[in-house]
Design a protein around this ligand. Structure first.
Ligand SMILES: Nc1ncnc2c1ncn2[C@@H]1O[C@H](COP(=O)(O)OP(=O)(O)OP(=O)(O)O)[C@@H](O)[C@H]1O
Ligand SMILES: [Mg+2]
Length: 305
């Protein structure tokens, strides 16, 4: 992604949901995107998939296998979705159609992208459910989403995402709302199925990101504020927001970051984090800091780093 912007014009002003994001995900890498609610994570994922409402104004470049996805035709983009890049959506309950049997939904996704006939697609759907370790998959395919538990729905979403063997998976909060045991199982599953794939993992959960990711980026109010290897983010966080986020983890004292993230319509001048930052100076109030590479591969947007 180069200088990627996604803005939504609304009657109250422009929502700057994604603002000048530069980021590259390497082959087979698991890249974590972390930030508080409303900072723009899902919008970034949907921008890559080109699944935004027409009102969205998107600028910049999304280069995938040498092509700018923002410039390819809609039919070509349909091919990219599913076959090349798949997104596991944030909310399995609303993403699954309640009146369609689970097997039909997976089979439909497969049929669309792989051109299989109905019977073969159904076979494949059963195979996919088995691969995400749902027991008695052939019986399960004829059930409806409400007959599935939260963890099982999440597995169905993962199965649908993987059905067409994409090389990049965008997983939006795949472990949200799951209890600890189920969460561990989903993490294990994701680790296994994405070994050979690149993944953009969107999550609130730094613990999950630490376990799964090679590199991690912290997003705040529409922009990235720090990124580095997961190890460095954990051992040597440089941005006050990253530090705050780590400090709010259970094993680090559960100290929340005080204050609230700003409205994306009315962003603070200077550094977007300054109203919540204990170390803010006059410069932070006045000038917007650039992303700086402070060590090889460790980028941070803070005058103090
Ligand atoms: N179609 C839209 N029109 C206007 N604003 C939108 C639209 N879609 C999203 N937004 C706004 O963009 C901002 C970012 O939303 P987004 O869903 O990406 O947050 P998020 O980081 O995924 O949060 P969460 O962690 O809660 O999932 C929010 O302020 C949201 O209200
Ligand atoms: Mg989201």
């Amino acid at each position: 992604m180069i200088n990627l912007k996604t803005h939504f014009p609304t009657p109250d002003g422009i929502v700057r949901a994604v603002d000048r994001i530069d980021l590259s995900i390497r082959e087979k890498e698991t890249f974590g995107l972390i930030g508080e609610t409303g900072c723009g994570k899902t919008v970034l994922g949907l921008t890559i998939m080109r699944l935004l409402p027409p009102s969205a104004a998107v600028e910049g470049k999304i280069i995938y296998k040498g092509k700018n996805l923002l410039e390819v035709s809609e039919p070509e983009m349909r091919g990219v979705r599913g076959e090349e890049i798949a997104m596991i959506l944030q909310n399995p309950t609303t993403s699954l159609n309640p009146v369609l049997r689970v097997g039909e939904q997976i089979a439909e996704a497969i049929r669309l992208h792989q051109g299989l006939n109905k019977r073969d697609a159904k076979e494949k759907a059963i195979e996919m459910l088995g691969s995400v370790r749902i027991s008695s998959p052939s019986r399960r395919t004829s059930e409806y989403p409400h007959e599935f538990s939260g963890g099982m729905k999440q597995r169905v979403m993962i199965a649908m995402g993987l059905a067409c063997d994409p090389s990049l998976i965008i997983a939006d909060e795949p472990t949200k709302g799951l209890d600890v045991t189920i969460k561990a199982q989903i993490i294990e599953l994701i680790t296994k199925v994405t070994e050979e794939k690149a993944m953009l993992l969107i999550t609130h959960d730094l613990g999950v990101a630490m376990e799964l990711c090679d590199r991690i980026a912290l997003m705040y109010a529409g922009e990235l504020v720090e990124y580095a290897t997961a190890r460095e983010i954990f051992d040597d966080p440089l941005h006050p927001y990253t530090r705050g986020f780590l400090g709010s983890l259970p094993n680090r004292g559960l100290v929340p970051i005080h204050g609230m993230s700003p409205s994306l319509i009315d962003l603070p001048r200077g550094c977007r984090f300054h109203p919540r930052c204990k170390h803010a100076t006059e410069a932070c109030r006045r000038k917007h800091p650039d992303m700086v590479e402070v060590e090889a591969g460790h980028f941070v947007r803070c005058f103090d780093a």
